[in-house]
Design a protein around this ligand. Structure first.
Ligand code: ASP
Length: 344
């Protein structure tokens, strides 16, 4: 009996020693990869629809957003802080369909959706149909961190914002002439379908996924939705698993496109599942979602996504003609691209 016990003990000790010897030394924190990827919406992003001045302005703002998030990561900040900082910059720019410059609903209102998710804890926060919140992504974070809810909508979300000390802005803050024109065009087109539709299709939703030095991922998305949407319509953006999802074990994802298809296909969650259940790589899973599942459900032109994993792999597939996108990869290289034929 005693002998058996001693042999067992020796075995356990031997296994422990062998493991300790075999385990690779933990990487020093400074050597771990950091990375960030963003999108500014998908759609008919064609040179024919974008003037050289607009092209330059989009690139500059995407670069500014990327640099702000990357600076947080470089200072050993969290991926969550990086995502919220980056998206906040894009929300404040009138170029994108999020925050200032968001698209109009059918009745001429602005109704904003946003979500954020933390890959380490798998906690998430989201807001939908908010009309007076300057930075919906920041409110989504407050929902995650300071409320028992995952998703707050409309007036309730705005009451929560006020309780949390978030200043509200009037609807006029968000409204731009360009988006107003797009709504008029859309309404005219419904009366007369032969009139060419707005080539921008209201694209410009923004999203970001970041990887910090602790190896944690975070993902976020913010949007005004689709031009001329029914008042009260909520898209995929604030629906966890549809337009936004994040899990340290697989990846972070932020989607853009016609939200209804992303909701029916649960694109962001399914991408993560393709990795964990089928063992697909990030790139394989991302391409499968966009070129197969989304394409089959919504056809070409249904949208795109950005995804990032813990190793710093980045995927940015889309089935539209272009997607505003950019990243800083694990080697520190910054890339910004707009069109489908740009192969950075
Ligand atoms: N996915 C967004 C929505 O359907 C719109 C977009 O990404 O352009 O609300």
């Amino acid at each position: 009996m005693k002998r058996a016990f001693l042999t067992g003990l020796a075995l356990v000790v031997a296994t422990f020693v062998a493991h300790a010897q075999a385990a690779p030394p933990a990487k020093p924190v400074a050597a771990r990869p950091i990375a960030i990827v963003i999108h500014g919406g998908s759609g008919d992003v064609l040179r024919a629809n974008i003037s050289p001045e607009e092209d330059a302005a989009y690139r500059e703002t995407l670069t500014q957003g990327l640099k702000a998030g990357y600076a947080v990561l470089e200072k050993d900040g969290t991926s969550l802080d990086a995502v919220v900082a980056t998206i906040g910059i894009l929300e404040d720019s009138p170029l994108f369909n999020a925050g200032k410059g968001a698209v109009f609903t059918r009745s001429g209102r602005i109704q904003l959706d946003a979500a954020v998710m933390d890959g380490a804890t798998k906690k998430a926060g989201a807001v939908a149909s908010v009309e007076h919140v300057k930075n919906p992504i920041a409110l989504a974070r407050l929902v995650m961190e300071r409320s028992p809810a995952v998703l707050l909508v409309g007036p309730g979300a705005e009451e929560f914002a006020v309780e949390q000390g978030v200043a509200l802005v009037p609807q006029s803050y968000f409204k731009t002439a360009k988006r107003y024109e797009a709504l008029q065009k859309k309404l005219r087109q419904e009366q007369a379908p032969w009139v060419p539709s707005d080539p921008s299709k209201g694209h410009g939703t923004v999203g970001c996924v970041a990887l910090d030095r602790q190896g944690h991922l975070a993902a976020g998305t913010s949007t005004g939705g689709l031009t001329g949407k029914l008042d009260g319509r909520v898209g995929d953006t604030p629906i966890i698993g549809a337009g936004t999802y994040c899990d340290d074990a697989t990846c972070g994802v932020s989607c853009t496109g016609t939200g209804e298809f992303f909701m029916r296909c649960l694109v962001a969650y399914d991408l993560s599942q393709q990795m964990s259940l089928k063992g697909l790589s990030l790139q394989e899973a991302a391409v499968y979602e966009v070129q197969k599942r989304l394409h089959d459900a919504g056809g070409p032109d249904s949208g795109g996504l950005i995804a990032l994993d813990r190793q710093g792999h980045i995927a940015t597939p889309f089935n539209t003609r272009g997607m505003f996108r950019g990243w800083v990869d694990a080697s520190g290289k910054l890339v910004v691209a707009l069109y489908g034929d740009e192969k950075p």
